[in-house]
Design a protein around this ligand. Structure first.
Ligand code: C5P
Length: 283
């Protein structure tokens, strides 16, 4: 085998609570991850040097900071006999968007490297390696489309997924740095809170009362148009309409009725520069 392909799906957070700040500045969270159909694609081909080539019109910054490339190097540090690879990354997931695109690229790269190397790492070892690359990477390696997470997002309880339903993702076309959003949260000096154990709800409707995102208040204060997008999605009948992660994307999940046909036009009315992406949850 000289080359393998992997899909790198995006995620949305159906629930995200920030519990406390650790002495090193990281935060304890409680979140519910849901993978969606929107995805990047990765091809890893055995080559003489480890490189990455990015296609697609998503700006993801300098190649040396590319999380897929960092994942390939991390895998080779762990598995010395692993080959060098030329990565081709077809980027569709917006960056700085709260959709976990970079983390998913890293997870897909680790899976690809493991296959190319004859599967030297088992699932637990891949998860450990993934967690060193970013807080969301472990979710994309857990093998489930729905998972509850605590810690920094790496302590996962996979759940059986619900049937796929439509999701409208609104990309306001500007990024939000996760570190900035956490700093805005810290400025409010909230009291530490305890994690609650979230029992698996029966369906998306049952989840609705628990579908909160603690980032919304601080992010919507600074970017009121994101709050207006959320309100439009809610009025359009979304079962759950929320900021995803720390933003900048806002999603509407439609578990009952399909999104109304005029929705894209209404969204463009409140956010003229926004891109509206129609996708689905993964089962
Ligand atoms: O883990 P990741 O590199 O995606 O995180 C980006 C930034 O977000 C971190 O540098 C940190 O400032 C913040 N962060 C945090 N607590 C977490 C996850 C991320 O404070 N649980």
């Amino acid at each position: 085998m000289r080359s393998v392909r992997e899909r790198a799906p995006a995620k949305i957070n159906l629930r995200l609570r920030i519990l406390s700040r650790d002495p090193d500045g990281y935060h304890q969270l409680e979140t519910l991850f849901q993978a969606i159909e929107l995805h990047d694609s990765i091809e890893a081909r055995i080559a003489g040097a480890t490189t990455v080539r990015v296609e697609g019109d998503v700006d993801i910054g300098a190649p040396e900071r590319n999380l897929a490339l960092r994942a390939a190097h991390a895998f080779r540090d762990e598995v010395h006999e692993a080959p060098q690879v030329e990565l081709r990354l077809v980027k569709r997931i917006p960056a700085g968007a709260g959709l976990g695109g970079g983390s998913s690229d890293a997870a897909a790269t680790l899976r690809a490297m493991n296959r190319l190397s004859g599967e030297p790492l088992d699932a637990a070892a891949l998860l450990d390696l993934g967690a060193t690359l970013g807080s969301d990477v472990a979710f994309f390696l857990c093998g489930s489309s729905l998972a509850h997470a605590t810690g920094r997002g790496e302590r996962l309880v996979p759940m059986p997924a619900f049937r796929p339903v439509p999701v409208v993702v609104v990309d306001p076309a500007f990024p939000i740095a996760t570190a900035d959003a956490f700093a805005w949260w810290d400025e409010e000096e909230p009291e530490p809170r305890k994690a609650t154990t979230l029992r698996r709800p029966d369906d998306f409707d049952a989840l609705r009362p628990n579908a909160v995102n603690d980032f919304e208040s601080v992010v919507f204060d600074r970017h009121p148009e994101l709050g207006r997008i959320r309100d439009v999605l809610e009025r359009a009948g979304a079962t759950i309409a929320r900021l995803s992660g720390s933003g900048s994307c806002v999603f509407g999940l439609f578990a009952d009725d399909a999104p109304p046909r005029e929705l894209d036009d209404v969204l463009r009315g409140v956010a003229p520069a926004a891109r509206v992406l129609h996708t689905r949850t993964l089962a």
